[in-house]
Each structure stands twice: as structure tokens, then as C-alpha cells.
Design a protein around this ligand. Structure first.
Ligand SMILES: Cc1cc2nc3c(=O)[nH]c(=O)nc-3n(C[C@H](O)[C@H](O)[C@H](O)COP(=O)(O)OP(=O)(O)OC[C@H]3O[C@@H](n4cnc5c(N)ncnc54)[C@H](O)[C@@H]3O)c2cc1C
Length: 406
């Protein structure tokens, strides 16, 4: 039995990177916002782990527009260029910050640092956080949604004009509302760690495609002990356990063998963690009084480093849609949000899935086509610019928070 009923304008379910960044983005609207997170804050949302996130230029601009870039800047390493290749082929596609007319194509940032910056900013707002708290039931009812949330002291009832599902790929909100999702298990897992390369990375983000999946080596800030990079190695899930069981020396030797000699020998820097890779696209991103954002709307393969970047554009768009006064959960408003996000979501999800399928395929004819594709990408300026703009986060209509200043 619940005792009192609390009312609010917006209930955000999930305090991962998307829920936390949304809470900060909505702060200037002076709404009554309640964030419900299953893990205990601060800085302990399960997704705030040792991974690094490559923030693209649009995301950097959003973080700057939220007034948080200066706090994040000491933890980031600029990505000045990218180098995309396929093992056993000489074709290479390169993108540079100069070609984009920007100081950097993006910034590699530890997830923990990003989560901590959002959490610290949220503390300075009137946001009410319930954690650890788990959503148990959700009923849209006329002018509000009725929620039951399980807290340590027992259940609490909450009425919200709008509920934001930012509760990840396995969204409880989606389940409670009986909304389906199209999912594809790639049978791949990403092994994530940090390494010390012998040579300086020079701000280059490398992505090397292999039949098992891509190996990405991304720049991290140097420290007193030397150079550092984050490594994301996609392997077949059935072999993932074997890779995790290798000694550091054997794992590094295997990674060097796959990556080649560009950065010299690798030394171990961090522990290894593995993430099974799945694509989950929600059948709907709106329901009466409910919107789905971030991984709850679309969870993508990390091959193109777009998942959180796309989620942050969800956040920036919603902040704009909710800025006008009135019923924040009105159906016309939700429809406007959905329409504004349609093209960006479809493009990025399609592009990402296409990359995985084309590059994880060992069919001989396709290998030659891939090789030609990489060469064409490198040598055809309009194609290069189109792909560049998409990866920078400027491929579709851009929400105001992501617009470049000056
Ligand atoms: C290996 C790897 C590398 C990646 N690299 C990049 C990259 O370079 N660039 C990029 O843009 N993206 C990258 N991504 C994607 C990125 O990590 C995700 O898109 C992003 O973290 C999703 O955040 P989210 O807040 O939507 O979801 P989540 O991180 O899943 O957060 C959901 C939150 O909801 C909470 N929750 C769940 N159910 C409930 C409930 N019932 N009640 C209350 N709370 C609940 C959970 O505790 C969790 O904190 C990568 C992903 C992987 C796996």
C-alpha cells in the first residue's frame, strides 16, 4: 500500500547518461522533475563504468551549451583525425578536423567523468532524485501518468504529466506498456580496456575492421607514466571468454597482432570488461504521457560510436520541445518530438547496422567492394563530407543546443 501521492511535471526513469543529461538540460525550465534510478547515486549508475565515450562535435556543443564543458575538459582527449582500415587490405579512409573546419572531430572521454559532471550539475538544480528506486507500475490516466516506485522504505505513488523512459535497452517502461522492440543479437561482444602504446597517438582514432568485428584504438590523455589509449575490440561472443581469460601479455600480443604496428608495442593499463552487442529498436518512441529516449528508444552497436551521441540529440531536442509552457505531456507535443527525431534516428541506426553487416562479412566479392568503398570514401569529397557531417552529429536537423556558436 502507498501512503501519500506526489505530483510532478516530469518523471525521468533511469539516471544513466541520458536520464542524467536530460535532468540537467531541463533545469532552466523550472519544472518539478523527479528522477528515478535503480542504483544509488552519486556516480554509481551501472552504465558509468570504465568505458570511454567518443563525443562527437554536436555532443561537445550540447555539453558546452549546458555550461559543463569546462568541468569536463580536463578529462577529455581531442580526436584530431580518424583512420579507418581493414586488416589485410591497403585501402584506408581518413577524416581530419581540418576537413571539418573544426579544432577536433570529437573528444574521447571516460564515461565516469561524464557521469560525474552531469551528477554534480544535477545537484545544483531543484531536481528530486529517488535512488535506489525501481519503477514497478505505470498507468497513463487522462491528464497524468500514475507510477508506483519501489523505494527502500516501501512503495511510493507519483503522478506525472510526462514520463521519460531513459531506462536503457531493456526498458521496464516498454515492458510495462506492452510495447515491442526489434532486436538483433550480433553474436559479438566488445572487450574494453586501456593500453599504453609505445608511440604517441597524435590524436588519431583508429578503427580497423576484421572478420570478427572492428578493433578501435582511441586517444586518451598522456600521463606521467606515458601514452594512453582506450581499446574496444569486438570479437565473436563464443570466443569472448577465451580472450578475457588470456594473461595480460597474451592479450596484448593478440591485440598488437590484430592492430598492426602503427603505435608500437602495447603495455597493459586497465582491466578488461566485456559487453554483449545487440541492436534494440523500440517499436514506438511515444505512448500516452510517455516518451522513450536514448538506449530505451534505440540501442546500437558501438562500431560507429553513435549511441550516446544520438541519445544526447534526443535530449537536446526534447529540451526544446518542452520549453513552451502548457501541458508537457500533451499528445501534440509528443508527436512533435517524435517527428523531429525520426530522420536522425533512422539514418544513424541504419548506417550503424549497415557498417556491422558489411564489415563482418567474409564473402570474397564483398571484401573487394569494401576495399573499393574505403578508397572511394577517401577520394570522393562530397561522399566524404556527407559521412563526416553525419559522424559529427550534423547529418540531420540540429537542435538549438547543438548549434555551433560564432
Ligand atoms: C562498448 C561500448 C562502447 C560505446 N562507445 C560509445 C561511444 O564511443 N560513443 C557513443 O556515443 N556511444 C557509445 N556507446 C553507447 C553508449 O554507452 C550508450 O548509448 C549510452 O550509455 C546509453 O545511455 P542510457 O542512459 O540511454 O542507457 P543506460 O546507460 O542503459 O542507463 C539506463 C539507466 O536506467 C536505470 N534503470 C533501468 N531500469 C530501471 C527501473 N525499472 N527503474 C529505475 N531505473 C532503472 C539503470 O540502472 C541505468 O542507470 C558505447 C556502448 C558500448 C557497449
Amino acid at each position: 500500500m502507498t501512503s501519500t501521492v506526489q505530483t510532478c511535471d516530469i518523471a525521468i526513469i533511469g539516471g544513466g547518461l541520458v536520464g542524467a543529461s536530460l535532468a540537467v538540460a531541463l533545469a532552466p525550465l523550472n519544472l518539478r522533475i523527479v528522477l528515478i534510478e535503480a542504483a544509488t547515486p552519486p556516480g554509481s549508475a551501472p552504465s558509468w563504468d570504465e568505458r570511454c565515450i567518443a563525443l562527437n562535435a554536436a555532443s561537445q556543443q550540447i555539453v558546452a551549451s549546458l555550461g559543463l564543458w569546462d568541468a569536463l575538459a580536463p578529462s577529455v582527449e581531442p580526436i584530431r583525425s580518424t583512420h579507418i582500415s581493414e586488416r589485410g587490405r591497403f585501402g584506408v579512409a581518413r577524416f581530419t578536423a581540418e576537413q571539418a573546419g573544426l579544432p577536433a572531430l570529437g573528444y574521447n572521454v571516460p564515461m565516469r567523468a561524464l557521469g560525474a559532471v552531469f551528477a554534480e550539475a544535477a545537484v545544483r538544480t531543484s531536481l528530486q532524485t529517488l535512488a535506489p528506486a525501481r519503477l514497478r507500475s505505470l498507468q497513463p490516466a487522462g491528464d497524468a501518468a500514475h507510477l508506483i516506485v519501489e523505494l527502500a522504505g516501501g512503495p511510493a505513488e507519483l503522478h506525472a504529466q510526462l514520463v521519460i523512459a531513459a531506462d536503457g535497452a531493456r526498458s521496464t517502461v516498454r515492458e510495462l506498456l506492452g510495447i515491442g522492440a526489434a532486436s538483433r543479437d550480433y553474436q559479438q561482444s566488445a572487450i574494453v580496456t586501456a593500453v599504453r602504446p609505445q608511440r604517441a597517438h597524435g590524436g588519431v582514432a583508429y578503427e580497423r575492421f576484421m572478420p570478427s568485428g572492428p578493433l578501435a584504438v582511441l586517444p586518451k590523455p598522456d600521463d606521467a607514466q606515458g601514452h594512453a589509449c582506450s581499446l574496444v575490440w569486438t570479437v565473436a561472443t563464443e570466443q569472448c571468454g577465451d580472450y578475457l581469460a588470456l594473461s595480460d601479455a597474451d592479450f596484448l600480443a593478440a591485440a598488437e597482432d590484430a592492430f598492426g604496428e602503427r603505435l608500437g608495442r602495447f603495455a597493459a593499463l586497465g582491466r578488461r570488461a566485456a559487453y554483449p552487442l545487440e541492436r534494440v529498436i523500440s517499436e514506438r518512441i511515444s505512448a500516452p504521457r510517455v516518451l522513450f529516449l536514448g538506449n530505451a528508444a534505440q540501442s546500437l552497436h558501438p562500431v560507429a560510436a553513435q549511441g550516446f551521441n544520438l541519445g544526447l540529440r534526443d535530449v537536446a531536442t526534447l529540451a526544446e520541445v518542452l520549453a513552451e509552457p502548457g501541458d508537457r505531456g500533451a499528445s501534440e507535443r509528443l508527436a512533435r518530438y517524435e517527428a523531429q527525431r525520426e530522420s536522425d534516428r533512422a539514418r544513424v541506426a541504419g548506417f550503424t547496422d549497415g557498417l556491422v553487416r558489411v564489415f563482418s562479412n567474409a564473402v570474397p566479392g564483398l571484401r573487394s567492394l569494401r576495399h573499393l568503398g574505403l578508397l572511394a570514401l577517401d577520394l570522393t569529397p562530397p561522399l566524404k563530407q556527407a559521412v563526416l557531417q553525419q559522424n559529427l552529429g550534423y547529418g540531420s536537423a540540429v537542435p538549438p543546443l547543438a548549434r555551433r556558436r560564432g
